[in-house]
Design a protein around this ligand. Structure first.
Ligand SMILES: Cc1cc2nc3c(=O)[nH]c(=O)nc-3n(C[C@H](O)[C@H](O)[C@H](O)COP(=O)(O)O)c2cc1C
Length: 341
């Protein structure tokens, strides 16, 4: 088998799968700023992949070579669809397949899928077996899950490891906890111990609340894990995986150019196939950390098209160019040049 996971240097840093966030555009943007070792797609429904609306579902699986190694994350209810999906994902050229057994969203859980599988081990096993059969040893199958459903349950972790996935990523919360409590990084050591006791070759990755590579390194070391997966941290710093720079080092002008580049890539890729408002969540990443950013952000959040966004940015940049500085409201009069260059 071509198991790319075993070729990666440790610790392994991964960008977490995030619905409506980590599409091909965001993955390319992040790859250019500072590339994680592995990317995951947004979770993709295996029933949808073979339905009438498959074209729409398959949008989630668009990618470019820049995003490799890339793992397709799938979810669903029927093992036979996982089997078919695995075959199709091989054809499509993915480097690996990940099974979502952690999403707490009511819809999927109600159908017994995603984190619902924590309460249905026979079905979880059937799904893992069917996916592995479809993957036919050609690409590796991994699993992303949580510490338990209502309570922390290491018998679930042991059960998953018994299925011998290539990788087990644990979002260090229970399903009931959603994202409302701090991730239980203190439990990652036990996950590692169970894996070691079992003499299992599965790589174990911790996930939850990490905001920087240095924090990731520290947590990985404390737990003895093989790596960490980071999601929401990229909203504070899309350069999170870069070793040498952060978004805070960028000037307001640079941030605006990055915003426009990001938006242009989005427009070129999606055109009218995705709703423009799905892009707006990224504006706050760039319109941040300088005087006037809040007002600019509010204007950007009201834009309805790339053209309108460009206009708002152009006005802001012209303002900077003509005045060379802008004043922050209140007592602190900071100039952009003196404070942020
Ligand atoms: C907007 C959003 C969408 C998400 N979508 C997925 C998903 O499709 N698949 C998945 O396994 N986890 C998904 N997650 C969970 C993340 O992958 C990750 O486990 C969680 O955010 C905790 O990590 P973090 O604190 O580094 O963000 C999502 C999280 C967010 C915030």
């Amino acid at each position: 088998m071509k198991n790319f996971w075993h070729e990666l240097a440790k610790p392994i840093f991964i960008l977490a799968p995030m619905e409506d966030v980590t599409d091909t555009v965001l993955r390319r943007v992040i790859a250019r700023y500072g590339k994680p070792a592995v990317f995951f797609t947004e979770f993709t429904n295996v029933e949808g992949m073979f339905s009438k609306g498959a074209d729409r579902v398959l949008q989630r699986l668009r990618y470019t070579e820049e995003e490799r190694p890339l793992v397709a994350q799938i979810w669903g209810t029927y093992p036979e669809n996982f089997f078919k999906a695995a075959k199709k994902l091989i054809e499509m050229g993915f480097d690996g397949i990940d099974l979502n057994m952690g999403c707490p969203a009511r819809g999927p859980v109600h159908r017994g899928a995603c984190s619902g599988l924590i309460n249905n081990r026979p079905l979880a096993k059937e799904i893992i077996d069917a996916t592995k059969e479809g993957a036919a040893g050609i690409i590796p199958v991994s699993i992303k899950t949580r510490l338990g459903f209502r309570t922390i349950d290491f018998s679930w972790i042991r059960f998953v490891l018994e299925q011998q996935p290539a990788v087990l990523t644990v979002h260090l919360r229970t399903v009931s906890e959603m994202s409302k409590v701090p991730a239980h990084w203190d439990k990652m050591r036990t996950v590692v111990d169970i894996r070691n006791e079992m003499n299992s070759p599965t790589l174990v990755i911790g996930n939850g609340d990490i905001k920087s590579l240095s924090e990731a390194r520290q947590k990985i070391e404390e737990a003895g894990a093989d790596g960490a997966m980071v999601g929401r941290g990229i909203f504070d710093d899309p350069y999170l995986f870069a070793e040498t720079t952060t978004i805070n080092e960028k000037t307001p002008e640079e941030k605006m150019r990055l915003l426009l580049d990001h938006m242009h890539l989005w427009s070129e890729t999606w055109g009218t196939r995705k709703h423009f408002p799905t892009l707006r969540k990224f504006f706050k990443v760039y319109a941040n950390g300088f005087p006037g950013a809040q007002e600019l952000r509010m204007q950007l959040m009201e834009t309805e098209s790339p053209e309108e966004t460009e206009q708002v940015v152009a006005t802001f940049l012209q303002d900077l160019a003509s005045r060379g500085e802008i004043q922050e409201e209140g007592d602190h009069s900071l100039t952009l040049r003196s404070a942020y260059r």
